[in-house]
Design a protein around this ligand. Structure first.
Ligand code: NAD
Length: 476
């Protein structure tokens, strides 16, 4: 947690915004218009549970409507508050602009410990919260489209979608009112893994530039890199799993809320995840040293640190002790403004949250488009693509036979080449393209301007310029 005297999460985001905007040439009025949060709706509602009425407090904040619908997840946690939801909504505005998804920024939250309630109770609570937001158009396919965040997932999104459909029986686009739904309920392949997959694609893109890698005093690619991950939830689990299983990175520590695991030989992410699912804790996991004060392992000597749990975990109290030369912010706001200053002075390279975890909103965008078009990606093209590939391969084989050449395609090539892209392949391709494009936009500013020292300022400059351009074209 941030130490006393540090700015709040929202103030931290504003300070980061200010640092970037000071290097831009915007009118003070426009600058202020972009910075402020447009509105925050607070709802207090009662649900009869276990024989008595329980009152819950929830929020839906809209930071910017320069594009609509606005987009942003719904978080379930006891720590949810107005400041947090407004900070997260602002980050959504900048994130959507950076990865060019045509949305404004929003965020929602409910003060609740989801583990304290049975699934049928959570469904009642979620439907009631959704009802309150839907009737005010704070959930609506054309105006405000939520998604999962900490403490929520496919199940909650399916309940919200169903609640919207019940209240809007003639809306043919009802399914597009929320993203992150299960594939059988209007979702899209690859959404659950999307944020973690985006972290992997972001790291791969970073390691494509030896110049950037050198700034972090590293060399080579992800293979063999020693990685510490905090939070083995949706984002942290997928990111850690993909980079260890597919890119050869070594996960030497996993930090969870009830302690941390440390093994210099590398932890098997899937086995740790299964252990947590079975025992409800990482305690007792064999093949690793257990550390009670988990957060202490953020300071472990490693190549890459991936905070993927929550905001404010790297603060002025521990920033100086952080040894990782490269930090990728998989969570939103894991580094406070004060800590960011300390790390920048140390020369730590930080791949900022608004870019690093944008995979979720990118694939949410694909899901929203799929819902509005009422057809699965690849359905029309896949077999046509395969037929053209078959034509080519058959022709090559025929020519080789005609010429009497001893010529064969490598084993496995034919099957792989002939296979047309299905929805999952197309989603991954679109996500990869988005993550590469956004990195290149940040990088052009980072390397192209003498007054820009880091990727976060570069990311803000790219985003703010795009938001500003939209406002200007609207005549503001
Ligand atoms: P999640 O609820 O699935 O997982 C969070 C994990 O962090 C859990 O395993 C939890 O036990 C652990 N955790 C909580 N507090 C901790 C602490 N103090 N120390 C160590 N571990 C702790 O949440 P998520 O969806 O993976 O989200 C994580 C972060 O990523 C959040 O900042 C969220 O805003 C951000 N994010 C999520 C998505 C998404 O698609 N889910 C998209 C973009 C950004």
């Amino acid at each position: 947690m941030a130490v006393a005297g540090e700015p709040s999460f929202r103030e931290s985001v504003d300070l980061m915004f200010n640092r970037a905007v000071a290097l831009m040439d915007l009118s003070p009025g426009l600058e202020q218009k972009i910075r402020v949060c447009n509105s925050t709706y607070t709802v207090r509602f009662g649900v009869r549970l276990r024989g008595k009425i329980e009152t819950f407090v929830g929020y839906r904040s809209v930071h910017s409507e320069h594009m609509e619908p606005v987009k942003g997840g719904i978080r379930y946690a006891m720590s949810v508050n107005q400041d947090e939801v407004e900070a997260l909504a602002a980050l959504m505005t900048y994130k959507c602009a950076l990865v060019e998804t045509p949305f404004g920024g929003s965020k929602g939250g409910l003060c609740i410990d989801p583990r304290a309630w049975e699934p049928h109770e959570l469904e009642q609570i979620t439907r009631r919260f959704a009802y309150e937001l839907i009737k005010r158009d704070l959930i609506n396919p054309a105006q405000n489209v939520p998604a999962p965040d900490m403490g929520t997932g496919e199940r909650e999104m399916a309940w919200i979608a169903d609640q919207y459909a019940r209240m809007n029986t003639t809306d043919i686009n009802a399914k597009a009112c929320v993203t992150g739904k299960p594939p059988h309920a209007g979702g899209i392949q690859g959404r659950v893994e999307a944020t973690g997959r985006g972290v992997q694609y972001a790291l791969r893109e970073f390691f494509r530039y030896p110049e950037d890698v050198a700034k972090a005093h590293l060399t080579g690619d992800l293979d063999g890199k020693r990685v510490v991950v905090q939070g083995l939830g949706n984002v942290g689990y997928h990111a850690a799993k993909f980079i260890s299983e597919e890119d050869g990175a070594k996960i030497i520590a996993i930090i969870e809320r009830d302690g941390a695991l440390h093994n210099e030989d590398g932890l098997h992410v899937e086995t740790v995840k299964q252990w947590i699912a079975k025992h409800g804790t990482i305690k007792g996991y064999p093949d690793a040293n257990f550390v009670d004060d988990g957060a202490k392992l953020l300071e472990l000597d490693c190549d890459i640190l991936i905070p993927a749990a929550m905001e404010g975990v790297i603060h002025m109290g521990n920033a100086a002790q952080i040894k990782a030369p490269l930090i990728i912010e998989a969570a939103n706001g894991p580094i406070t403004f004060g800590a960011d200053e300390i790390l920048r002075q140390k020369g730590t390279v930080i791949i900022p949250d608004m870019y690093a975890n944008a995979g979720g909103v990118t694939v949410s965008y694909f899901e929203w488009v799929k819902n509005l078009s009422h057809i699965r990606f690849g359905r029309m093209q896949r077999r046509a693509e395969e037929a053209r590939h078959i034509l080519l391969v058959d022709e090559l084989e025929r020519l080789a036979a005609d010429k009497g050449l001893d010529w064969t395609l490598s084993p496995g090539f034919k099957e792989q080449y002939l296979k047309g892209a299905g929805e999952l392949e197309l989603v991954r391709s679109g996500l990869d393209d988005t993550m590469r494009g956004a990195y290149q936009a940040m990088r052009a500013i980072w390397h192209g301007r003498d007054d820009v020292e880091d990727l976060r300022v570069a990311a803000y400059i790219v985003s703010i310029s795009r938001v500003a351009a939209t406002y200007v074209s609207k005549g503001l």
